[in-house]
Design a protein around this ligand. Structure first.
Ligand code: GTB
Length: 216
């Protein structure tokens, strides 16, 4: 059955790979599933046809036969559950890998999103300069805890899993702020993730879209 995902027709990051279709592309590449991409504009995202797929008018979405999914975490979990390669066979290890997926989107990503909001949407407020260091320190606190847990390990819990895929994808959102540079072990962890051939293919695919639309 054909898999179709949606992505930005033109990503605001101009192809740096920070939008959330990349984690879905990466998961599909890891498990060797071909997929089609439907590109959507910001305007089209808010129109009924797309809202029928995504109640919040965002990307990414995932369509496969009669199944329609939204939420990048749910999509990656679906891919990981349907195809071998991203979740361990052992039931307990599988549950722990899924816990890391939730940790990525529910514990690590929220303070990172707060930083994006603080900079892009609140940067002109009179209190912005006072708030920004607090937001950054909340991220540092979480990253310190992640450093402690990762230790010298290559991945978060045994072999590379969907938990690492989500965690690396979330950490990459710190690229523009350079905050990740303060944590060499996490920088190395993220680099191990992005060095994977599947990530490289996913990144190149989204870059090709943005390069094409930018040159028009
Ligand atoms: N929780 C949802 C998920 O994980 O799928 C969040 C989906 C989401 O935020 N999608 C964003 C979107 O569609 C794109 S990824 N935004 C349009 C809208 O809400 O109208 C977020 C994103 C956007 C831009 C950059 N960037 O430019 O660097 C990075 C990430």
């Amino acid at each position: 059955m054909t898999i179709t995902i949606t992505a930005f027709e033109q990503s605001p990051d101009r192809g740096q790979g920070l939008s959330r279709d990349v984690r879905v592309r990466w998961a599909l590449e890891e498990v060797g599933q071909p997929y089609d991409v439907r590109l959507v504009s910001f305007k089209a995202m808010k129109e009924p046809a797309h809202l029928a797929l995504h109640p919040f008018g965002q990307i990414p979405t995932y369509e496969e036969g009669g199944l329609v999914l939204f939420e990048s975490g749910a999509i990656v979990l679906h891919i990981a559950e349907r195809h071998p390669g991203l979740l361990p066979e052992d039931a307990d290890a599988r549950a722990r890998a899924i816990a890391w997926m939730f940790a990525a989107v529910n514990t690590i990503e929220p303070p990172i999103l707060e930083l994006v909001t603080a900079k892009l949407l609140e940067g002109d407020k009179p209190w912005a300069a006072e708030r920004l260091p607090l937001v950054k320190d909340r991220i540092r606190g979480r990253l310190e805890q992640l450093v402690t847990r990762l230790g010298d390990a290559e991945w978060l819990d045994g072999a590379f899993s969907a938990g690492d895929l989500m965690m690396v994808a979330v950490l990459l959102r710190l690229k523009p702020s350079r905050l990740l540079d303060e944590f060499p072990s996490l920088t190395a962890y993220a680099a191990r993730g992005t060095a994977r051939p599947a990530y490289q293919r996913a990144f190149a695919a989204q870059l090709a879209v943005n390069a094409a639309t930018l040159s028009r």
